[in-house]
Design a protein around this ligand. Structure first.
Ligand code: PLP
Length: 427
């Protein structure tokens, strides 16, 4: 596409034409406006936990405010907090990380944006497993890079190292892995990580492991860091995490990354010109939370998610034409709806995941995210971080509506992996 031709006349930069607006947020907005008009709508789109923040976090933030002067912190955050996070990552991964390998950012979104900006030159390729979190491709495109998608649907949404290896070219700079995956809930298995570690070292590629949902993995699944089997991975791996998810603080905008010092230094220089330090009050709150210990708080959230997961899977399993993936972690149920493509709901044809989402909104009063937002036009994402009663009512309405889908599927080839970056801004 000739972006320059599109945008020169309005005085804005050519790159604007490469950044898509958010259809998912538009969907959410429509639901809100229906609700304002008195229509009973249940929102199953959220990527934000509907729970109170930890008491210790709130107290820490309150104390920081009442202490007085509201000074900035170092660009990459309070040293004490970086040290605390380094200890957390060390305990989790089984290998040592120090404070100067940690950087704090305005959410994981900024960590990812900064990392891609410092790693990707124009024309470089970034491998992104599909379905993907909606901002990945757009961030790569903004950096001038080229997203290269690796499909996982044909492997029951499991990421396969041989598929990734086949997609690597001399232009590949980064493999961007999200585990547990948003939207599918798949956890990357250790064998795949071992293979990535070797590939990364052999081909001089970065692996960014976005593990923002990593604290919410359903037993017996678990996240594994096979550094013992792939020690060369350490020098090429960057971990990304978020207190939006791990401490249910999405509005406080605090995330972090753990990376080799050269990467941390490059991000620090970039961030010093963009946002400077992330919100200081949020940092003090999270520091107090980490010192108090997170496990009891997170255990409660995991338990609630597991209960909703069991309820949702049970209901969805009885649906003809819908194959719901059992999430191994994260906040979402993801369903393969390719068998519904070509059928009819309430007299209207279902040709795409967008059609299905639209019909579910109109006829069942539930809002879901269509798979197209994740580069998979035969999927549907249902949030499990909705308050219990709403989740249950929403699921019942949704499954009742889907049971009424009539007619024969036109083809089994309903699955389309969308080639283009689609949607910015959704969670
Ligand atoms: N990575 C993934 C996979 C996500 O789903 C999200 C948000 O939903 C983010 C990163 C960004 O999170 P944050 O709120 O920390 O910016």
């Amino acid at each position: 596409m000739d972006a320059r031709a599109t945008h020169r006349h309005d005085g804005l930069a050519a790159r604007n034409s490469l950044i898509a607006g958010s259809r998912t947020l538009a969907m959410k907005e429509r639901a809100l406006s229906l609700r304002r008009g008195g229509v009973d709508v249940i929102d199953l789109t959220s990527g934000e936990l509907a729970v109170e923040p930890m008491g210790a976090v709130r107290d820490g933030a309150r104390e920081a405010i009442s202490r007085g002067p509201a000074a900035s912190t170092s660009t990459l955050g309070l040293f004490d907090l970086r040290r605390e996070i380094a200890a957390l990552v060390t305990a989790r991964t089984g290998i040592g990380w120090s404070a100067d390998e940690i950087g704090l950012t305005a959410g994981a979104k900024q960590a990812l944006f900064n990392l891609i900006s410092v790693m990707v030159d124009p024309g470089d390729e970034v491998i992104i497993p599909q379905p993907y979190w909606t901002s990945f491709p757009d961030q790569v495109v903004i950096a001038g890079g080229k997203p290269v998608f690796v499909a996982t649907a044909h492997r029951n949404f499991r990421l396969d190292a041989t598929d990734v290896a086949a997609a690597i070219t001399p232009a590949t700079r980064v493999v961007l892995v999200n585990s547990p995956n948003n939207p599918t809930g798949a956890v990357c298995d250790p064998e795949t990580l071992v293979a990535f570690g070797r590939l990364a070292a052999d081909r001089n590629i970065w692996i960014i492991l976005d593990e923002v949902y990593g604290d919410y993995v359903f037993p017996p699944h678990r996240r594994d860091y096979p550094f013992a089997r792939a020690p060369q991975m350490r020098a090429r791996l960057v971990l990304v995490n978020s207190f939006s998810k791990s401490l249910a603080l999405p509005g406080w905008r605090l995330g972090y990354f753990a990376a080799p010092p050269a990467v941390v230094g490059a991000v620090e220089a970039l961030q010093s010109h963009v946002t400077s330090n992330p919100n200081a009050v949020a940092q003090y709150g999270v520091l107090a939370g980490l010192r108090a210990g997170l496990s009891a708080y997170q255990q409660g959230i995991l338990q609630d998610l597991a209960t909703r997961r069991a309820f949702g899977l049970d209901l969805m399993s009885s649906l003809p034409g819908v194959r719901t993936i059992t999430p191994e972690g994260g906040f979402f149920l993801y369903a393969d709806i390719s068998d519904l493509v070509g059928r009819r709901l309430a007299g209207r044809a279902v040709a795409t995941s967008d059609d299905l989402a639209e019909l579910l909104l109109e006829h069942a009063g539930v809002v879901v995210i269509p798979g197209s937002a994740f580069g998979d036009d035969a999927g549907m994402r249902i949030s499990m971080c909705v308050e219990d009663a709403a989740f249950r009512t929403g699921l019942v309405r949704l499954t009742d509506a889907l049971r009424s889908v009539g007619g024969q599927a036109q083809s089994r080839a309903g699955r389309v992996d969308c080639p283009e970056p689609s949607d910015a801004g959704a969670t």
